[in-house]
Design a protein around this ligand. Structure first.
Ligand code: SF4
Length: 391
C-alpha cells in the first residue's frame, strides 16, 4: 500500500467513524463482524417529520431535448416538485405504506414559494408534481390552479381513486394533464380488501366516470398479479373489472394497463411471502395477453419476471449475496449475468422466487426499526392468510 492509498484509507476510516455517528447510517465495517454477524444494536430508520420546513433544490437540471424528436425528455422541459412523502394507508405489499408513515406534506404556501423562486432560476414550461400519496393532502386542486395561472402545464403521478374530486380533475385538465393514472392493483374487490387497499369497485368506477365527464380520454391502470395464495378465479375477476371499465366508464380512448408481478419487499407484512417462479409468471402473462386483447383499445405492458425476481433478491437477501452483487457491479447488469452469478452460489431465479422466511426466524434486517414492530407485520400477514383461506 503506498502513502497515498494509506492516507485515503485513513481519510475513509475517519469519515466512516463520523458518518456512523449520524442516526440511521450503517457501515459494514462498523456494525458487522467479519463473518457478517450484526453487532450494532438497534438502528432506527430516519424519517423526515416536516416536509414543509425542509430543504428543496430550487435549481434543477432541466433537459433541453427538442419536442417531437427522439431526444424529447419524457415530461418535456419540466421542473420536479415533491408535494408529500410517505402514506397514511397500509397496503400490505407496499414499503412506503408500512415504513413511511405518518405522511408529511408540504403546505400550499411552501409549494407556492418554491414555484415562484424556481421560476426565476430555471427555464421550464411544465411542473411535475410527485409524491407517494399526492392527493391526500387536500391542497392539490388549489396548487394546480396556481400553477396553471402562472402559465405552466402540470403532470402528476398516480392517484388513489377515493381522493379524486371534480375540482381536482378539472384543475388537472386545465393543466393539460392528458392521462389519468390509477392503481386498483387487482380487479377482485375481496382481494383488494385483503391487501388492505380498502377501495370498492364502485369507488373506482365513480372516479372513472368523473374523469370521463371532465374530459379525460386516456387512462393508465397499474395492476399486480401473483399475490400470495392468489386463486385462478382472480384473473377472471380482473378481466371482468377491466371490461367493465372499458364498456361502461371509458367507452373510447386508450387504456394502458401495466400488469406487474407481485414482488416481496422487506419491512412489509408480505416479507414472509414467496413469489411465483419465472415459468408460472410467464403463464400468467400469457393468459392476460390472450384474454385482455379481447377488450378494445388497450395497451398491455408486462415486466420481465426475471427482473421482478432480481428485485426480490435485492430486497430480501443477506450478506452471503455480497459476491453476487459484486460480480454484477463489476460486470454487466443483465438477466444472463444474474443467472451466472446466482449459479456460482448454487442458486437460480426460480429458487430465489419460491423460498421464504418463516415468521419465527430472524431476518437480516431485524436490527432496523421502522414505525411498525415485527410482531405487527406478522399478525397482518397472518390475517391476510386467514382471509384468503390460505393453507
Ligand atoms: S400502495 Fe399507495 S395507497 Fe397503498 S400504502 Fe402504498 S402508497 Fe399508500
Amino acid at each position: 500500500m503506498n502513502l497515498h492509498s494509506l492516507s485515503v484509507f485513513r481519510f475513509r476510516k475517519e469519515r466512516i467513524e463520523e458518518l456512523v455517528s449520524i442516526p440511521g447510517i450503517i457501515a459494514y465495517s462498523h456494525h458487522f463482524t467479519d463473518e457478517g454477524k450484526w453487532i450494532g444494536g438497534k438502528v432506527s430508520s430516519v424519517k423526515l417529520k416536516d416536509l414543509s420546513n425542509s430543504f428543496y433544490p430550487l435549481k434543477q437540471i432541466i433537459p433541453e431535448g427538442v419536442k417531437g424528436t427522439k431526444n424529447e425528455p419524457i415530461f418535456g422541459k419540466a421542473y420536479y416538485l415533491e408535494t408529500d412523502r410517505g402514506c397514511s394507508e397500509r397496503c400490505k405489499f407496499c414499503f412506503v405504506g408500512n415504513c413511511r408513515f405518518p405522511r408529511t406534506s408540504r403546505s400550499l404556501d411552501s409549494l407556492i414559494d418554491i414555484i415562484d423562486q424556481a421560476g426565476e432560476v430555471n427555464d421550464f414550461d411544465k411542473i411535475v408534481l410527485y409524491g407517494s400519496a399526492i392527493a391526500q393532502s387536500g391542497i392539490l386542486d388549489e396548487l394546480i390552479e396556481y400553477i396553471v395561472d402562472k402559465g405552466y402545464e402540470v403532470s402528476c403521478s398516480s392517484f388513489r381513486a377515493d381522493y379524486l374530486s371534480e375540482k381536482l380533475l378539472k384543475a388537472l385538465r386545465k393543466g393539460k394533464q392528458r392521462t389519468l393514472s390509477l392503481a386498483p392493483e387487482t380487479g377482485d374487490e375481496n382481494l383488494r380488501m385483503a391487501l388492505n387497499k380498502r377501495m370498492e369497485d364502485e369507488t373506482i368506477f365513480s372516479a372513472l366516470k368523473l374523469a370521463w365527464d371532465t374530459g379525460f380520454r386516456r387512462l393508465k391502470l397499474y395492476m399486480i398479479y401473483g399475490f400470495p395464495c392468489e386463486e385462478e378465479k382472480i384473473k377472471d375477476s380482473t378481466k371482468d373489472f377491466l371490461s367493465t371499465v372499458r364498456e361502461r366508464h371509458f367507452p373510447t380512448g386508450r387504456i394502458g394497463i401495466s400488469m406487474n408481478q407481485f414482488i416481496t419487499k422487506a419491512h412489509t407484512p408480505f416479507q414472509f411471502a414467496p413469489m411465483i417462479g419465472v415459468k408460472e409468471s410467464k403463464e400468467e402473462q400469457k393468459w392476460y395477453k390472450s384474454n385482455l386483447y379481447q377488450i378494445k383499445n388497450i395497451d398491455l405492458s408486462l415486466y420481465a419476471p426475471e427482473w421482478s425476481i432480481i428485485q426480490r433478491v435485492l430486497s430480501l437477501q443477506n450478506h452471503e449475496y455480497y459476491p453476487v452483487i459484486y460480480q454484477i457491479a463489476r460486470g454487466r447488469n443483465t438477466v444472463g449475468s444474474w443467472k451466472l452469478a446466482l449459479k456460482e452460489i448454487d442458486s437460480n431465479l426460480d429458487q430465489e422466487a419460491k423460498w421464504k422466511y418463516e415468521t419465527n426466524e430472524p431476518l437480516p434486517w431485524d436490527h432496523i426499526t421502522h414505525t411498525l414492530e415485527k410482531k405487527t407485520l406478522i399478525s397482518s400477514y397472518m390475517k391476510y392468510l386467514e382471509t384468503m383461506e390460505c393453507k
